[in-house]
Design a protein around this ligand. Structure first.
Ligand code: PLP
Length: 418
């Protein structure tokens, strides 16, 4: 029999200094950060091409500060507001900044009061606040597919599960209400809507809003509406409706921010608008979440009303760019029966249907070798073959060259393979 003293000492043998010096340290990471962070072959090929200074028409750009737009020369003057020297933290954000946000909605015909506004540093942070407000670990959120790929990470970091709900294409994109209903489970807490959606570029219609509101009422869900591209409708006669006005008997949280509305992603300012039943309770809780981080900085908040009020200049340039690139795309596509552009109503992207002859990853890789960089559709939740997404924000000359290269490649490739 073992001497009880001896067995205890085996179980509880204290660390010796020599162990500490020789044993490799194993950090215990969380499951939620167990990502594969290895660079993909495609990402490496792209990085090397850029590093080597080889010609590349980038049809993936989404950063408006690197697209040759002329920002107001005195834009940064707004940061010199003496109010920025005072630290008087308000978890919901400075009143003057929230009033600036309300003025933006007033321009869109929606009455929003500053009490309904919570400022955040980005729309992504706004999503995170809302996920923490509405979800427990394991709760589910419905997101439309195709859609914006960052949701996976945002949800994962907040221990929320994403379920996808289908958008269907039939002379334009639309929701499939029955598909949304089937995706709802007892764990579902909210439906996310992107209006207009990225990358499909379609605005939510009134009938779709009604269907989604009915689902929210039936299953006690909130609606989160991302309106970052709201002001980028291609039809100048179209005045897109904001959801900030609310929907009858449904909690609606609108998220938006400066990164797209003012073309200022580097300024890190965005917001949540809370509407509907129990919005007071929701706002009280959001205030505690925001108070925990107090992530907004004072100078940017002080500058926010002036930047928002002056959004017309940059929006006009961006709209001209995306419209002119869309026209150029259509001009080149007119001579090419093999590639089809899907209907798009707004936003910064276009979706192309190509023949599904090989995985889109291969197509993207071969296009990169020819000097044009595009997103495969699967990046946005589309099938693995037959879909490409291109940015309409690329400077015009690069865009035209990129599309020519793309269509030449697809023409040659498809003819060879048929
Ligand atoms: C639909 C959508 N929502 C939100 C964001 C992120 O915006 P922010 O920079 O405010 O986090 C993006 C960025 O591309 C987007 O496409």
């Amino acid at each position: 029999m073992l001497n009880p003293q001896a067995s205890l000492s085996i179980l509880h043998e204290p660390f010796k200094r020599s162990d500490i010096l020789t044993a490799a340290h194993h950090m215990q990471f969380s499951e939620r950060t167990n990502w594969n962070t290895q660079e993909t072959d495609l990402a490496r090929a792209h990085r090397e091409r850029v590093r080597d200074g080889l010609q590349l028409a980038d049809l993936t750009v989404s950063n408006p500060t690197r697209c040759g737009f002329a920002y107001l020369a005195d834009l940064l003057d707004a940061l010199c507001n003496p109010g920025g020297l005072d630290y008087d933290p308000n978890p919901r954000g400075m009143l003057s900044a929230r009033e600036g946000v309300c003025a933006y909605y007033a321009d869109h015909g929606a009455g929003v009061s500053p009490e309904q506004v919570v400022l955040t540093t980005s729309t992504s942070e706004a999503y995170s606040y809302l996920f923490r407000l509405l979800c427990d670990p394991g709760s589910e959120i419905l997101v439309p597919q195709p859609g914006y790929p960052l949701f996976d990470f945002l949800a994962g970091l907040d221990d929320v599960r994403l379920r996808t709900a289908p958008l269907v294409y039939d002379h334009g994109w639309q929701i499939d209400p029955e598909g949304f209903r089937r995706a709802i489970t007892p764990a579902t807490r909210a439906i996310v809507l992107v209006h207009p959606n990225n990358p499909t570029g379609h605005f939510t219609r009134k009938w779709e809003a009604r269907e989604l509101a009915a689902l929210c009422r039936e299953y006690n869900l909130s609606l989160i509406v991302d309106e970052v591209f709201l002001d980028y409708a291609f039809d100048p006669g179209e005045q897109p409706q904001t959801f900030a006005q609310g929907l009858e008997d449904v909690p609606v949280f609108v998220v938006s921010g400066l990164s797209k509305i003012c073309g200022l992603p580097q300024m890190k300012a965005a917001w949540i608008i809370a509407t509907g039943p129990e919005r007071g309770a929701a706002l009280d809780r959001l205030e505690v979440i925001a108070d925990t981080f107090l992530s907004m900085n004072a100078p940017v908040q002080a500058a926010l009303p002036a930047w928002l009020a002056g959004r017309g200049g940059i929006q006009g340039q961006i709209l001209n760019r995306v419209q002119s690139n869309l026209a150029e795309l259509d001009r080149q596509l007119a001579a090419d029966p093999l590639v089809r552009r899907l209907e798009v109503e707004g936003g910064w992207y276009a979706v192309l249907r190509i023949a599904a002859l090989q995985p889109d990853e291969t197509t993207v890789r071969e296009l990169l070798e020819r000097g044009v960089w595009v997103h495969p559709g699967y990046f946005f939740g589309m099938p693995a073959a037959g879909w490409l997404v291109i940015s309409l924000l690329t400077p015009e000359a690069d865009f035209a060259t990129g599309v020519t290269t793309l269509l030449n490649y697809l023409g040659t490739n498809q003819v060879c393979n048929i």
